[in-house]
Design a protein around this ligand. Structure first.
Ligand code: HEM
Length: 484
């Protein structure tokens, strides 16, 4: 519900504080809000974005008081630089709610199972200031006419919150719906791996400011709490946890193959297990690395070709040089390369067994999905082939002329010399065999010869059967042989 998050307008500070690296005001000084509108040049010429960011986390937000809900920079001078007559943010908020035909404040209280006021005294429990209730009565006449943004904003805050019960209810409901209606919600199973989620959850707004400022080096541990409320007031940015993006690395053991669109690494839905070297320090402990003996430097150096560090390392020696593995680690890597296994915690000359298990696990995870996908494809293709076969073998009935023609063509034959034979055609394949074309297939009958008893039978040219010189002596009558 749009008006409820607009409660944020009541928290806007009329002054933008601008602080230098030691949290002192910059020479150009702080900035009245209306002078900040439509003046991006100030960021370029007046010290960049860092002074503004420091002002946001190191100075208090505006206090919402019964005397002032929105500061006059917003109600009297909004966008004055761009409009001949300045705008009024409060009026805009009220008007926009009416544009959308939103029910009034009292109706929303009903939605939230809160008491519905019949007169303005009924509101004394949630809007304790009598003068405010009187002003409302004067303006609206009846509680049923009060706009949601106005009534919600005027409620006394619930303990521990910056909003009253109505906005609290609507904000909770809104954000709950946003989360539950979002199938890509980052905490949903399958959206991120647990170790990636762990990385995301440790990020703070402070980390975001450190990473996105030009040169913010110190910050409060909790940017929502004033420095004076924290001990120490400021910490170096390096102390705040950061996202380790190596956990998102999708490289399988050979990144070169990922250049080929049909390689296994590009088959959708297949994600390979993360390599042990890319794990958190905590994870690495059970993912084989002997951390007691291997330093972080060695660990980075141990990344093989295609790894994050190898890809980003500057060639050559000197400062940008890629960290090199220690001789011990190199030997271990060499050994694991030869055996085709990944590095293991208990790696030793004699102990090779556990790695094979891990490697298999890694492969099966991808291959199972691939096999499943291929099986589905094969099944679909088989169905299509069966359908086509059905259509072709269903005789001449049905189908268009084109199809009948193709069926007739299919019923032609090709003989042993590669010559086309018409349906029903017969030909002498050789002196002993007569063939014919039937239903697209060549059928041959081989002549059966009579038995001969002479010692030197002869086969005349163009004849099939052997004969003795003494013709007819021992010859039985020829009869057709069964179909070949
Ligand atoms: C200098 C600070 C700010 C200025 C000048 C400002 C100004 C505005 C303006 C002009 C609108 C459009 C009003 C309309 O015509 O309907 C708007 C909408 C809105 N503002 Fe702000 N705002 C500021 C800060 C904030 C903050 C801190 C929050 C919340 C924490 C907030 C929440 C919203 C929301 C939820 C809308 C409605 C957005 C929509 O309709 O899609 N604003 N704001």
């Amino acid at each position: 519900m749009r008006p409820s998050p607009q409660f944020g307008h009541s928290l806007i500070n009329p002054i933008l504080h601008r602080l230098n690296a030691t949290f002192q005001p910059i020479p150009e000084g702080h900035l009245p809000l209306h002078k900040a509108f439509f003046s991006p040049w100030r960021i370029v010429q007046e010290g960049g974005i860092d002074p503004l960011l420091r002002g946001l986390f190191a100075t208090p937000a505006k206090l919402k008081t019964p005397g002032q809900f929105l500061n006059t920079e917003l109600t009297e001078k909004l966008f004055r630089a761009a409009h001949e007559v300045a705008l009024d943010l409060a009026s805009l908020n009220i008007q926009r709610g009416r544009d959308h035909a939103l029910p009034g404040y009292a109706e929303w209280r009903r939605v939230c199972n809160l008491t519905v006021p019949e007169d303005f005294d009924d509101l004394s429990g949630v809007i304790s200031s009598l003068s405010i209730r009187d002003k409302l009565k004067q303006l609206y006449g009846h509680p049923g006419n009060v706009d949601l943004w106005v009534g919600g904003l005027l409620e006394d805050p619930v303990e521990g919150a910056r909003v009253g019960p109505t906005f609290l209810c609507l904000l909770v409901d809104q954000f709950k719906r946003l989360r539950e209606g979002d199938r890509f919600w980052y905490e949903n199973p399958g959206v991120f791996k647990p170790e990636q989620l762990a990385q995301i959850k440790q990020v703070t707004l402070g980390r975001v400011l450190c990473d996105n400022g030009d040169n913010i080096t110190d910050i409060t541990s909790d940017v929502f709490v004033l420095p004076r409320e924290q001990n120490p007031a400021f910490v170096p940015c390096s102390k705040l946890p950061y996202v380790d993006l190596r956990i998102w690395s999708d490289c399988c053991s050979d990144c070169r193959s990922s250049a080929f669109p049909n390689s296994i690494t590009h088959v959708p839905t297949i994600r390979f297990r993360r390599r042990a070297q890319f794990s958190h320090r905590e994870d690495r402990e059970h993912l084989f690395m002997d951390l007691d003996k291997v330093t972080d430097h060695e660990l980075k150096g141990s990344f093989s070709e295609g790894s994050y560090f190898a890809q980003n390392a500057t060639q050559g020696s000197g400062e940008g040089r890629a960290p090199q593995p220690s001789p011990k680690l190199e030997r271990t890597l060499e050994k694991s390369k030869k055996s085709g296994r990944s590095l293991g915690r208990n790696d030793s000359e004699d102990d090779l067994g556990t790695y094979e298990e891990d490697l298999n696990e890694q492969r099966i995870e991808g291959i199972e999905a691939l096999v499943e996908q291929l099986s589905r494809t094969v099944l679909e293709l088989s169905k299509k082939v069966a359908t086509l076969e059905d259509k072709c073998g269903s005789g001449d009935g049905g189908g268009g002329g084109g199809r009948r023609k193709s069926v007739r063509q299919r019923r032609k034959c090709v003989d042993e010399t590669g010559r086309h034979r018409a349906r029903g055609e017969s030909w002498q394949k050789d002196p002993c065999a007569i063939c014919s074309c039937r239903r697209g297939k060549v059928h041959c009958r081989v002549k059966e010869c009579p038995r001969v008893t002479c010692d030197n039978p002869r086969v005349e040219e163009g004849e099939c059967c052997p004969e003795c010189d003494d013709e007819g002596e021992d010859i039985e009558n020829a009869r057709p042989a069964p179909e070949a």
